[in-house]
Design a protein around this ligand. Structure first.
Ligand code: HPA
Length: 271
């Protein structure tokens, strides 16, 4: 199924000529998506859209306005661990790029491996460790596959988001996100290894999307809501139920930051 069919389908439903930013939402941000004024489209109705998704995520795309930006908000993502496809999010990202998107904001839930970053906190992702050994660009045949990942997390987006966080009175830690494939949680030994090797949080998503976004020439900003301490760091038993129950705590702060970030967003439609 071609990207152009999906793009044409979406274009028939939306008003905006140009979408500025795509947001891919992790668990707990459903309420944030609801506030977007715009058109809601079920993933299942979009021709060629990947199947899948995880409980706690809303399987729909909302295209509308947020502050001064035209946004495409993906209420939920597909993960590598669902079907063993590292490039499962390539289709939504390519569709976004075709709609004019130049910036992608990714959010997720993650476990902290640092005592200074606690459940309910937010962590802006400044860099990543790819501990899955996977790459969404394997099989890509053009030389474009050799994507540089220094500054993959855009410094200007990061500072604008930190400024927005400050204005609404929330703290956003900065740290390195470590991608494990999932769906099982990490072992305590893996968490200790992550600590030693320079990770600050662990999670099962986002990294392949960052690689794909950079491949497509899109700028990236990414934020984790911390739902738990990494395995072995507390007595909490890790489960998806626990993640879903904790995600809204950080998500409430993140919603306020995103709303503030977009309040005076200046779209860059020329490039
Ligand atoms: N590990 C991996 N993914 C996660 C975690 C975790 O501890 N918490 C939320 N998503």
């Amino acid at each position: 199924m071609s990207i152009s069919e999906a793009v044409a389908f979406i274009r028939r439903k939306i008003e905006a000529e140009h979408v500025d930013v795509a947001l891919i939402l992790g668990s707990g941000l459903g309420a944030f998506a609801e506030q977007i004024k715009g058109v809601s489209i079920d993933y299942a109705d979009i021709p060629g859209f990947p199947r899948g998704g995880v409980s706690g995520h809303a399987p729909k795309l909302i295209v509308g306005t947020l502050g001064t930006a035209n946004v495409a908000v993906f209420g939920g993502r597909m993960h590598y661990y669902e079907q063993g496809q590292a490039d499962v999010m390539r289709f939504p990202l390519e569709v976004s790029a075709e709609l004019g998107v130049r910036e992608v904001i990714l959010t997720n839930s993650a476990g902290s491996v640092r005592d200074s970053i606690q459940p309910g906190d937010l962590m802006q992702i400044t860099d990543h460790l790819n501990f899955s050994g996977l790459n969404p660009l394997i099989g890509e045949e053009t030389d474009k596959r050799f994507v540089a990942l220094a500054d993959a997390y855009d410094p200007a987006i990061m500072s604008a988001m930190q400024a927005a966080a400050k204005r609404v009175g929330h703290t956003m830690h900065k740290g390195v996100y470590t991608w494990f494939s999932g769906p099982s949680f990490e072992t305590p030994a893996e968490i200790r290894a992550t600590q030693v090797l320079g990770g600050d949080a662990v999670g099962m998503s986002t990294v392949p999307e960052v690689i794909l976004a950079r491949f497509l020439g899109l700028k990236v900003g990414a934020i984790s809501t911390i739902t738990n301490m990494g395995a072995g760091m507390s007595n909490e038993k890790l489960s998806h139920e626990h993640t879903k129950s904790m995600a809204p705590v950080g998500a409430a702060k993140l919603s306020a930051i995103l709303t503030e970030y977009f309040r005076s967003y200046q779209p860059n439609r020329a490039s």
